[in-house]
Design a protein around this ligand. Structure first.
Ligand code: NAD
Ligand code: TDX
Length: 338
């Protein structure tokens, strides 16, 4: 470490944050981990089960400035995962995205500035907008910001706040922009868990539009290993893209899931497309690989997908309580959208 061992993890009860906490607890026994999480619909207490006294959990909001000030004053590094994260929700109701992603990040930045605490900001490749299917280009750290949705616009805004706090106030921060994550403990509203659990329930996957949109998939543990490489060895003020060369069309993913789960590969429905639906994301992670020596360990997407299917099969008690509500939200959004 280039800092002490007290780590504040915001959003540690969510998908990527909870995997980060488990990975850190398993690999860094000396770390003292505090999770700050509001336990929104996306925060799941069961995702933090089985962790010892090394991990403390605080239920609270990142926009609560006095609470944030107190926790950051007692930390050596902040790893900021907390966010509203689902594009479809941001189209139905943008307000919590502005509040959490922009005001929440601002609140953290003011506290790390006051206490001079090292800060890592977890962001997304969606800040760069999208690429054409025919375009051989991939996103790099130099790609201009061009977000499409309320979600990606608030993430882009939060990244720009970080850059300004680095330049104007000397805050010791780094930023990572990662591609689409998959793996255990991802909310059933998201693409891969939604389709796996539909199939487990004997239903059919739902493909938006023509299904040819491309996402660049990475296993959540590879993302989190990249985050640790940046915290340990990253340059202050630097941005690093994290991606594992995992481009797949949504249609191809659905077909792989159906085949892997013993169903006919054509057994899915096309449904109304997402408004403003980004066509393709693709990450060039050369900087992270060459400067910090990071490389993904889950190179084989099919194997990672199989393991993820097995996790949802074995952990129905984790996802079942959320499933009906998530599908009801989709049914409502379909009515609003016509
Ligand atoms: P998630 O929705 O699964 O979890 C978000 C967590 O943040 C939840 O535990 C929730 O309770 C908490 N939270 C929300 N609002 C809060 C608030 N105001 N105060 C405190 N806690 C609050 O999200 P995720 O998919 O794990 O994403 C984590 C981070 O990684 C986000 O910043 C996201 O933008 C980024 N990211 C995600 C992906 C992806 O594929 N999922 C890819 C790149 C970057
Ligand atoms: O039922 C579905 N059918 C479908 O075709 C759902 C839920 C999604 N899709 C499509 C939309 C996208 O093209 O699948 C793709 C993936 O959808 P999401 O899981 O909603 O992810 P995406 O919109 O790509 O954003 C994700 O990756 C970047 C995360 O949700 C973000 O938090 C992250 O920043």
């Amino acid at each position: 470490y280039s800092f002490g061992v007290r780590i504040l993890v915001t959003g540690g009860a969510g998908f990527i944050g909870s995997n980060f906490v488990h990975l850190t607890a398993a690999t860094r026994p000396e770390a003292e981990i505090v999770v700050l999480d509001a336990f929104t619909y996306a925060g799941e207490p069961a995702s933090l089960a089985g962790l010892g006294p090394q991990v403390k959990i605080v239920r609270g909001d990142i926009t609560d400035a006095p609470l944030v000030d107190r926790l950051i004053g007692a930390s050596d590094v902040v790893v900021h995962f907390a966010a509203e994260t689902h594009n479809d929700n941001s189209l139905a109701e943008p307000a919590p995205f502005v509040q959490t992603n922009l005001v929440g990040t601002y609140t953290l930045l003011e506290a790390v500035r006051r206490h001079d605490v090292r800060y890592h900001h977890v962001s997304t490749d969606e800040v760069y907008g999208d690429l054409d299917l025919e375009d051989p280009a991939r996103f790099t750290e130099a790609t201009p910001y061009n977000p499409s949705s309320p979600y990606s616009a608030t993430k882009a805004g939060s990244d720009l706040l970080v850059r300004a706090w680095v330049r104007s106030f000397g805050v010791r921060a780094t930023i990572s922009n990662c591609s689409n994550n998959y793996g255990p403990r991802q909310h059933v509203e998201k693409f891969i868990p939604r389709q796996i659990t539909n199939i487990l329930d004997g239903g059919r996957p739902k493909l938006y539009g023509d299904g040819l949109n491309v996402r660049d998939w990475i296993h959540v543990d590879d993302h989190n290993a990249g985050v640790w490489a940046i915290i340990d060895r990253g340059g202050i003020g630097q941005t690093y893209l994290i991606g594992a060369d995992g481009e797949q069309s949504n249609k191809a993913v659905v077909e792989q899931l159906l085949c892997a789960m013993g169903r006919d590969s054509g057994d899915y429905d096309h449904v109304t497309d997402r408004a403003g639906h980004d066509r393709r994301y693709a990450i060039d992670s050369t900087k992270l690989r060459t400067e910090l020596g990071w490389a993904p360990r889950y190179g084989d997407f099919a194997a990672g997908l199989h393991a993820t299917i097995e996790w949802y099969r074995a952990n129905e008690e984790w996802w079942r309580p959320q499933k009906a509500a998530a599908e009801a939200k989709y049914a409502d959004q379909a009515i609003i959208g016509g």
